[in-house]
Design a protein. Structure first.
Length: 162
């Protein structure tokens, strides 16, 4: 496709030169177009212009393809993020994903709870059920905090601001 556009531009230039030949010669220009086109220097200039146009067009196409590739990579990264549906967002900070290991639930915000045999699926289910149950009785969003007593283990507490 690249050579076609260059070909069109070159044809337009050629038509422009032919139109210039048909008009009266410019000041002191007694030599006509056919003689100019036979001049090796003039032909070399035209070929150089054609090569520059081809290179410029290839550069534009490459830049466009790089842009498309970047857009595709961004889209794939976003879709990969959506596929990570097994992740559980921290109910305390509501920003980061929780890390759930066999005996721990952690978040970058500082949440750190010891658990027994907890999985991301179980934790998500517990949180969803608790929030759904609360929303049947109340229109306010519950808040989550981490509690730690002297002797009791750290736990996640849901409370309602009302």
């Amino acid at each position: 496709g690249g050579a076609l556009l260059v070909q069109e531009v070159m044809e337009l230039e050629w038509q422009g030169l032919q139109a210039a030949q048909e008009s009266p010669p410019a000041r002191g220009g007694e030599e006509g177009l056919p003689q100019m086109l036979e001049d090796p220097d003039e032909l070399a200039v035209l070929e150089e212009i054609q090569q520059e146009l081809i290179l410029q067009e290839q550069s534009v196409i490459e830049e466009y393809e790089r842009s498309l590739q970047f857009d595709e990579e961004c889209l794939n990264a976003m879709l990969d993020g959506l596929d990570a549906s097994d992740k559980v967002i921290c109910p305390v900070c509501r920003k980061n994903n929780l890390t759930v290991r066999n005996h721990l639930v952690l978040c970058q915000c500082g949440l750190y709870i010891s658990t027994q045999g907890m999985t991301e699926g179980k934790l998500r289910s517990l949180l969803e059920n608790t929030i759904t149950e609360h929303s049947h009785r109340c229109f306010h969003n519950p808040e989550f905090t981490v509690t730690s007593g002297m002797e009791e283990e750290t736990s996640l507490l849901m409370s309602c601001p009302v």
